[in-house]
Write a protein of this length. Sequence first.
Length: 133
Amino acid sequence: GGSEGRYIYVMGKSFEFNFDIGEYKLLFSLCNKPDKLKIIKYCESNSRKIIRFGTSFITKHVKFITKYFHKEKNPELVLPIFDSIICESMFGYKTSPVKYISDYYEYLPKLCEVKKCTPELFENVLFNRSQSQ
């Protein structure tokens, strides 16, 4: 995904060397279980074994996987993307430091309650706003 996503294919020896399927299965299983804190801890962990599997890349995958598992029965468990666009809009940083994931995931539902919108709509507004600037 994104500009960093290609590195998994071209860095080092090969895709197989750069990608640990066990690590991705762990992420998949965490997203299947309704525990945001465990997912956040995974995102904050420095022990990942997938090349360039940084904050933006992980949270995009987390969003797609949690949406697959939970959109119908538990939409509150669908976690939003946290990348440099969101981070700059919310916190004023042009990168997406992993240390802000917890703050973002905690603050977003409260903000959405005040604004009377879903996290997905709020996320879309932030992305659209960044495209129009």
